[in-house]
Design a protein around this ligand. Structure first.
Ligand SMILES: NC(=O)c1ccc[n+]([C@@H]2O[C@H](COP(=O)([O-])OP(=O)(O)OC[C@H]3O[C@@H](n4cnc5c(N)ncnc54)[C@H](OP(=O)(O)O)[C@@H]3O)[C@@H](O)[C@H]2O)c1
Length: 284
């Protein structure tokens, strides 16, 4: 039995579906099981992984656990200690490719994600562990740009030349599914990226190509972007960390790894393939 935390989210949902399709017994934890709409053959239980006592009874019979930093919050160590007292022998932690960067320069950390703590807790747990360190999810571009793309053919944003190897959430989920059952990956920190580092300009042009529209990215000054984001309610610290990251990654391509291919025996999905899989969402 595999227990999945963060089960109703970006990575958890495709992970659950994949495990269910593979015939693996899965228990999905959600704070609100009714809202999740997970596959019918998955056992969905109510609990909050950030309060391990709420899911202790669901650890019985579990052999592998997917540890989701956003869902578990500050409780990764406590949850894994509890898991170890039960039947759990393996943990796969979700982390991030930038986890060793200066914490003040990790935008997700400023939003409360504890990727480093989740990874460290897995390593220190005494369980067999694997850490997944994905690059930025391709779905971030949908969240950031879809409203502008529904309104017209121009995406306005900072740092047109900022480059990164975005990853399809399905690739992260498939590597997670493998790591949850394959002892051969124990003790690895897998750096998961897409197959190509692409700039903001490249990404918008690929969206246009896939959707059959003449789209382009128009750079705006970083200061104007920061101001607009703070006006919309984002914290100045978060926007500052994000733009600092954009500034660092402009003209200095992030490393593309082949860890997805090494684990799965096939290349990672391209960004164009990801857009094709989400075309309906871009249309709204
Ligand atoms: N986005 C990226 O580009 C990127 C890249 C690399 C790493 N990461 C890391 O990956 C993680 C995010 O993964 P994701 O996109 O799969 O997460 P997500 O979809 O936002 O959330 C996963 C699930 O966690 C639970 N959850 C969300 N917020 C919570 C909160 N404040 N307290 C308790 N539970 C909460 C929810 O489940 P229920 O409501 O069902 O309980 C949710 O469905 C973060 O740690 C992030 O730093 C992100």
């Amino acid at each position: 039995m595999i227990l999945v935390t963060g089960a109703t989210g970006t990575i958890g949902r495709p992970l659950i579906s994949l495990l269910a399709r593979q015939g693996v017994a899965v228990r999905a934890v959600s704070r609100d099981p009714q809202a999740g709409a997970l596959p019918a053959d998955v056992e969905v239980v109510a609990g909050d992984p950030s309060r391990p006592d709420t899911i202790g009874k669901y650890l019985e019979g579990v052999t592998s656990l997917f540890l989701h930093p956003r869902a578990v919050g500050d409780a990764a160590g406590d949850l894994l200690a509890l898991a170890r007292q039960c039947s759990v022998t393996r943990v796969v932690a979700l982390s991030a490719i930038n986890v060793d960067d200066d914490p003040a320069e990790q935008p997700s950390r400023l939003q409360g994600d504890r990727n480093k703590e989740a990874e460290d807790a897995a390593v220190a747990s005494g369980l067999e562990w694997v850490s997944l360190r994905p690059a930025s999810f391709a779905v971030n571009t949908l969240r950031a740009w879809a409203p502008q793309l529904r309104a017209g053919d121009i995406v306005r944003g900072p740092y047109a030349g900022f480059t990164e190897p975005l990853i399809h959430e399905a690739d992260v989920a498939e590597v997670a599914a493998r790591a949850l059952v394959d002892p051969g990956l124990a003790g690895r920190k897998l750096r998961l990226t897409g197959p190509q580092a692409l700039s903001h300009e490249d990404l918008v042009s690929i969206i246009g190509h896939v959707l059959g529209r003449p789209l382009r990215y128009q750079e705006i000054p970083a200061e104007a972007y920061r101001h607009a984001m703070v006006e919309r309610g984002m914290s100045a610290a978060f926007v500052g960390a994000l733009t600092a990251r954009y500034a660092r990654g402009t003209g200095a391509a992030e490393t593309v790894t082949d860890d997805v291919e090494k684990v799965l025996g096939r290349r990672a999905h391209t960004y164009a393939e990801w857009v094709a899989d989400h075309a309906a969402a871009f249309h709204g």
